[in-house]
Design a protein around this ligand. Structure first.
Ligand code: ATP
Ligand code: MG
Length: 268
């Protein structure tokens, strides 16, 4: 299995019908090696989800180039799996049928897809909840269902857009451990969007800090904490240094984002 993702000079402007076009991404370049875990952090509106939509093949009219193992991405792609920012389980399907859904779309026979879905349900720690509906699950369990569903079709590259964004800190740390455990087994290329600096440092090989509009890569920080890594790492001094370093990069961008929002509010 390979899955090297190369993003070269990617730009995207939303023209919103000619009025006030928004330059969401400006010449973003990044190579993510096969099996690497990279997090993207940046203020709200800096183009993170846009970048994922480009990589996922959902925005065809971008400039620049995205390739997987040297092949240009045109449209949605089996090698790329996305866990979306919004909660995305199907309320009318049980955990089992949520996770089996992409396999059903692929035309896999019922028995085979259910066996596979069970395997991934177990992997995310939801064994025993196969026949529950999302409404009967906690927020964290729903997100684990969404993660399992994307894992189930075994994409080489996983894009996760704030999968644990709505969760409390403790649950988030423990799900981070779970995610690292899964990743060490399956070895996909992982790209994670998060607003949480702790989460980015806990999980990643590298953290990419993006600037406020237009979205550019401001800095890439190597996280040289030993692996295997567990959430206990957050108590170390070294961890604290990384968090401080990233916050220093981010503070200015976040303030610009906030000032912009206030200005817009005042202009109303
Ligand atoms: N479909 C669209 N049409 C027009 N403008 C859009 C569209 N999608 C996003 N934008 C604009 O592009 C910019 C980047 O949006 P994007 O959703 O990529 O940000 P983000 O970094 O994911 O933010 P957040 O952290 O809040 O999720 C924003 O200014 C947004 O208003
Ligand atoms: Mg977003």
């Amino acid at each position: 299995m390979s899955g090297t993702l190369e993003i070269s000079n990617v730009s995207k402007t939303y023209d919103a019908g000619g009025e006030n076009p928004v330059k969401a991404l400006d010449k973003v370049s990044l190579t993510v090696n096969q099996g690497e875990f990279v997090s993207i952090i940046g203020p709200s509106g800096c183009g993170k989800s846009t970048l994922f939509n480009v990589i996922g093949g959902l925005i065809p009219d971008y400039t620049g180039e995205v390739t997987i193992d040297g092949h240009r991405i045109d449209g949605t792609h089996r090698d790329v799996g996305v866990v979306f920012q919004e909660e995305s389980t199907f309320p009318w399907r049980t955990t089992l049928n949520n996770v089996a859904f992409p396999l059903e779309v692929q035309g896999m026979a019922r028995e085979a897809r259910e066996a596979k879905a069970r395997e991934f349900i177990k992997l995310v720690g939801l064994e025993g909840f196969e026949n529950h509906f999302p409404a009967q699950l906690s927020g964290g369990m729903k997100q684990r269902t969404a993660v399992a569903r994307t894992l189930a079709y075994e994409p080489r590259i996983m894009l996760m857009d704030e999968p644990f964004g709505a969760l409390d800190e403790q649950t988030r740390l423990l799900l981070g451990d779970k995610l690292l455990e899964i990743w060490s087994t399956l070895k996909q290329t992982m790209l994670l969007i998060t607003h949480n600096i702790t989460e980015a440092v806990q999980l990643s090989d590298r953290v990419v800090v993006m600037s406020y509009r237009p979205g550019r890569i401001k800095r890439v920080i190597d996280i040289e904490l030993p692996r295997p890594r567990s959430s206990e790492v957050i108590t170390t001094a070294e961890f604290g240094h990384y968090v401080g370093d990233i916050w220093n990069e981010l503070r200015e961008e976040a303030s610009r984002g906030m000032a912009d929002a206030e200005e817009k509010l005042a202009a109303r």
